[in-house]
Design a protein around this ligand. Structure first.
Ligand code: ADP
Ligand code: MG
Length: 229
């Protein structure tokens, strides 16, 4: 479902990130780990076609992304990728219901209130559709953002640091919910995190168990240098 070969991204200014090759099977779970600054969010942005690789090959859901133009990338992303960003980007001016309607609209889909109700229900916030994000707890807001991420039945679900600033119990709940949601939507799940607890919440990662994979990105040379200084 996700295949990379010699994937590279160079930021303007000279920072070059080279990523290890990986094949992520359809319906499986990838734990993308490594210290802050190693390139996890960059990798997610490449897989979501939010940025184009500057080198190598990247194929996601049978679509080679290394040569995809902007417009094609937008259309492809809307029907393929669900993203749970670290900052949730819910609109505070709108109700939960309207935040999800906006997402349908942005994806070029007709309004589908029944679908929204079902997805909110799925992630345990079915009763909160009329609230505004400011009236939700952090965990509830994250559930709403997760509902938005899976609203279009994406084949790939990407979560960036989903346990940041959560206590142990909430972190375990958040990871479980991601696993369950990905399974029920038959989506391939990638969790990017520097949080060592997450691996403990995912059964099978590190045991070589089928369906789970880990990819640990190395510390960047620049940081190693900085660490020595
Ligand atoms: P992680 O998510 O693992 O913490 P990131 O992918 O956010 O890492 O960042 C990887 C590296 O790229 C870091 O050294 C970061 O400083 C750098 N970086 C991130 N965004 C930019 C940017 N817009 N311009 C230049 N460098 C960036
Ligand atoms: Mg990051």
């Amino acid at each position: 479902m996700i295949q990379t070969r010699n994937l590279r991204f160079s930021y303007p200014g000279g920072l070059v990130l080279d990523f290890p090759d990986i094949d992520v099977m359809q319906g499986s779970v990838l734990l993308l780990s490594g210290p802050s600054g190693c390139g996890k969010s960059t990798w997610l942005a490449l897989v979501a076609a939010l940025m184009a690789p500057t080198g190598g090959e990247l194929t996601v859901a049978d679509q080679p992304l290394h040569a995809l133009g902007h417009k094609a990338a937008d259309a492809w992303r809307a029907r393929t990728i669900g993203f749970l960003p670290q900052k949730l980007h819910l609109s505070d001016a709108l109700t939960v219901q309207h935040n999800l309607l906006m997402a349908q609209w942005a994806a070029g889909q007709p309004d589908d209130g029944l679908r929204i109700a079902a997805v909110l229900q799925d992630v345990g916030v079915g009763a909160l559709a009329a609230r505004k994000p400011g009236q939700l707890s952090g965990g509830q807001a994250q559930r709403v953002a997760l509902a938005r991420a899976v609203l279009m039945q994406p084949r790939v679900l990407l979560a960036d640091e989903p346990t940041a600033s959560l206590d142990d119990q909430s972190a375990a709940t958040a990871v479980n919910l991601l696993l369950q949601t990905a399974t029920s939507h038959r989506a391939t799940l990638v969790i990017a995190t520097h949080d060592a607890r997450v691996a403990r919440f995912i059964p099978g990662v590190g045991d070589g168990q089928a369906g789970y994979q880990g990819l640990r990105l190395p510390l960047r040379a620049q940081q190693e240098f900085a660490a020595v200084m």
